[in-house]
Every structure is written in structure tokens, then in C-alpha cells.
Design a protein around this ligand. Structure first.
Ligand code: ADP
Ligand code: 5GP
Length: 250
């Protein structure tokens, strides 16, 4: 595709929607794919804005008609990305951001290997629980069983972190937003084959620090807090040395 396909995944409650909204308000030229889902709207969510909310029957009809680029069942509900989102971004030469789970990311990577993958982690399970609870409170309904299920799922999702090119730890929000923006800016510069200059050097440094291959020390306490043993990381990676390389950690 002419534009860049960004995939962002995170355990529910990590702050991915918060980060993506901040990105969209500050960086132009990036489309956001509105997924289809069979889950019920939460809080003030509206169909056509956060999601296209639909029935199981309609989702299965679309799936059987091959209308999805990828789909997955998450927490007992279907979620899917319409092929149309990608086609429209492609034909307009715009970047596209998919907010999808790890199962969906695997499917998209098979079809679009050059996709730029970003994983967002919460700093530890305690913070994740607090964020999930606060969000439920703000939406007017806290279901402890649902919270526990999402926490259990979080660990399983985080175990897949090393399949992603960039890893953000959403601890201090402003820092995580700056990291996400840096990743987008740097990937655009790279796609266009532009050199790093004084103006963009800082963004390169931030993005490089988020490369999975460069994140061993930063991620260790986070992984330990979730009871996950760090897997083998890819080789240390420097964009400054190899600006035309897309890395090997996918
Ligand atoms: P997700 O989209 O990953 O499910 P949300 O963006 O809905 O998560 O965030 C979950 C909750 O955590 C929200 O109440 C949000 O305001 C809050 N939150 C997100 N990022 C941070 C952060 N860095 N610090 C504190 N609270 C945060
Ligand atoms: P939530 O219900 O909290 O909005 O989302 C639950 C999970 O579903 C999140 O991990 C989110 O990334 C994922 N998700 C949202 N849309 C899609 C989609 O179109 N495809 C897939 N595979 N996952 C999705």
C-alpha cells in the first residue's frame, strides 16, 4: 500500500484508546479503521464512531461473504476489520491505524508483512486493575467478574509482546503519547526515504528506544510484575545505522 499500515494492540484497559485519540488529535493524515463488533456499546459509545455495533447473524454473514481483512473472538464477542477500510486508505494513499487484538494482528501481518506493529503495555497488574475499575465506574457499572477476566487475559496478550516491532509502556501518559507520535513520524520518514536531520533526531531517538529489540531492560520489571519470563529479544537495533531496514522481529 502507498500509505503505512499501523497495527496497535494492547490488553484491554492499558490506555490504547486514550493514546490513539491523542495521536489522532495531534497527527494528521492517518485514518482510523472503525471495527465491527457484536459486543454491546459501553458508556457513551456510538455506532459508527467507536465501532460499528452489529448482531452475531450480520457479523457471520459478513464473515462468510469475505468482507473482513481479519476477525477474532475476544471476550465472547466477535471483532473484525472490514477489508473496505484498507482499500479506502490504499486508494487515498493515506496511513491507516488498526486497533486490533493479538489474534487479529497475526492475520494482518500474514497479509501485509510490512505493517508497523506497536504493542502497548500497562506498567503492572495493579495499575491495570485500577484503570479498568475507573473506566467501569465512569461508565456507571463495575462488574468484578469482568474485571478479573480482563486481567487474566492481559497476561496472555502480553506474552505475545515480542511479535511486535515497537513496545510502549503506558505509565506516564504524556510520555507514551510522545512515543507513539515519534513512531509514526519516524516510520513516515523511513517510508519516504528521507534522511534524519537535526529536527527529527529527537524523534528517532525516542522511537529507537521503543524498538522491541532495544527494550530488554525497560520491559523486565513490567514482565516480571505479570509473572512473564522475558523471551529472547531480537538483536539490538539501531535505526540510525540502518535506515532502510524494517527489522526482523516480526
Ligand atoms: P483501552 O483502550 O486500552 O481499553 P482506555 O484508553 O479506555 O484503555 O483507558 C483505560 C482507563 O485508563 C481510562 O479510564 C483512561 O482514562 C485511563 N488511562 C489511560 N492511560 C492512562 C495513563 N497513562 N495514566 C492514567 N490513566 C490512564
Ligand atoms: P474493547 O471491547 O475493550 O473495545 O476491545 C476488546 C479487544 O478487542 C481489544 O483488544 C481490541 O484491540 C480488540 N479489537 C477491537 N477491534 C478489533 C478488530 O477489528 N479485530 C480484532 N481482532 N480485535 C479487535
Amino acid at each position: 500500500m502507498a500509505g503505512i499500515l499501523f497495527i496497535i494492540s494492547a490488553p484491554s484497559g492499558s490506555g490504547k484508546s486514550t493514546l490513539v485519540n491523542a495521536l489522532r488529535s495531534q497527527v494528521g493524515g492517518i485514518d482510523f479503521s472503525i471495527s465491527w463488533t457484536t459486543r454491546q456499546p459501553r458508556g457513551s459509545e456510538q455506532t459508527g464512531r467507536e465501532y460499528h455495533f452489529t448482531t452475531r447473524d450480520e457479523f457471520e454473514r459478513m464473515r462468510d461473504a469475505g468482507e473482513f481483512l481479519e476477525y477474532a473472538e475476544v471476550f465472547g464477542n466477535y471483532y473484525g476489520t472490514a477489508r473496505r477500510s484498507l482499500d479506502e486508505a490504499k486508494s487515498g494513499g493515506r496511513d491507516l491505524l488498526l486497533d486490533i487484538d493479538v489474534q487479529g494482528a497475526v492475520q494482518v501481518r500474514q497479509r501485509v508483512p510490512e505493517a508497523v506493529t506497536i504493542f502497548v503495555m500497562p506498567p503492572n497488574p495493579k495499575v491495570l486493575r485500577t484503570r479498568l475499575r475507573n473506566r467501569s465506574r465512569a461508565e456507571g457499572y463495575v462488574d468484578e467478574a469482568v474485571l478479573q477476566r480482563r486481567l487474566n487475559e492481559a497476561k496472555k496478550e502480553i506474552e505475545n509482546y515480542s511479535q511486535y516491532r515497537y513496545i510502549l509502556v503506558n505509565d506516564v501518559l504524556e510520555r507514551a503519547v510522545a512515543q507513539l507520535e515519534a513512531v509514526v513520524v519516524v516510520e513516515r520518514i523511513r517510508q519516504e526515504g528521507r534522511p534524519i536531520d537535526q529536527r527529527t533526531k529527537r524523534e528517532f531517538e525516542i522511537a529507537e528506544g521503543c524498538r522491541e529489540a532495544n527494550s530488554r531492560e525497560r520491559l523486565q520489571p513490567v514482565l516480571e510484575s505479570f509473572g512473564i519470563l522475558p523471551g529472547p529479544h531480537s538483536q539490538q537495533y539501531s535505526l540510525l545505522e540502518t535506515t532502510d531496514d524494517h527489522g526482523t522481529n516480526e
